[in-house]
Design a protein around this ligand. Structure first.
Ligand SMILES: C[S@@+](CC[C@H](N)C(=O)[O-])C[C@H]1O[C@@H](n2cnc3c(N)ncnc32)[C@H](O)[C@@H]1O
Length: 207
């Protein structure tokens, strides 16, 4: 599959969603989903959820349950997605998104499952797209001992499936050494909070 991602190097994204790898990341994803659902309980006036790295519609169930429009941003999959009202996939990397790809109203940008790590200069693009009232939900691996150990097991599984058993260590250490907080790059925000357990850290930024 030809990648259109402009990030630093190529990653085995297909294997990141294999059943075995997802099983290892189960507690990360359970916490992430619960916190995303909790956000909808607190934030009643979101119009659109924009899921970055959406595949062919990850978290569209949450959008439909909360009556908000769903926009997925996904450069790497050519799986035909069934477009329907309130559901749309933009087949581009986040770096290439413009206001024309989005809808009117209050946006919730969801960077799920550590996707921010793969996006070049996400701060520049967010500062261009964000409007007052928008919210960012950024989910990454917790950097504590337990988080690092689950992340290590996850990437070992991903890269073994990808037949490149030596690469996983580099990816894990790159992630550990990368600053995970999106808020550091945002010019204007009114509030932010961090919700963390041993495996998953969520950063919520209110513009
Ligand atoms: C959600 S991330 C998963 C990362 C991995 N689970 C981890 O822990 O690091 C993978 C998804 O992000 C997508 N993706 C990668 N680079 C992207 C970019 N620049 N813009 C939008 N989506 C991107 C991939 O195609 C894939 O569907």
């Amino acid at each position: 599959m030809k990648s259109t991602v402009t990030s630093r190097k190529s990653y085995p994204f297909g294997s990141m969603f294999s059943e075995d790898a997802m099983l290892i990341a189960k507690d990360f994803l359970t916490h992430e989903k619960q916190e995303l659902k909790n956000l909808f309980v607190k934030e009643k006036d979101i119009d659109n959820i924009i899921v970055v790295g959406s595949g062919n519609g990850h978290y569209s169930d949450i959008a439909f349950n909360n009556n908000v429009k769903y926009i997925g941003i996904e450069p790497n999959y050519n799986v035909p997605t069934k477009e329907r009202e309130g559901f749309h996939i933009v087949k581009k990397p986040f770096e290439s998104i413009s206001h024309h790809d989005l809808s009117r109203g209050k946006n919730l940008f969801v960077f799920w499952f550590n996707v921010s790590f793969y996006i070049d200069n996400y701060g520049d693009k967010l500062n261009e797209l964000l409007r007052g009232g928008d919210v960012i939900f950024n989910s990454t691996w917790s950097r504590c001992k337990e988080g690092a150990s689950v992340m290590d097991a996850y990437f070992k599984q991903v890269y073994i499936k990808y037949h490149s058993p030596f690469e996983y260590k580099n990816t894990v250490s790159e992630i550990i050494n990368t600053q995970p907080l999106i808020s550091r790059k945002i010019k204007n925000y009114t509030n932010m909070e961090i919700i963390s357990n041993n495996i998953n850290t969520i950063e919520i930024i209110y513009i």
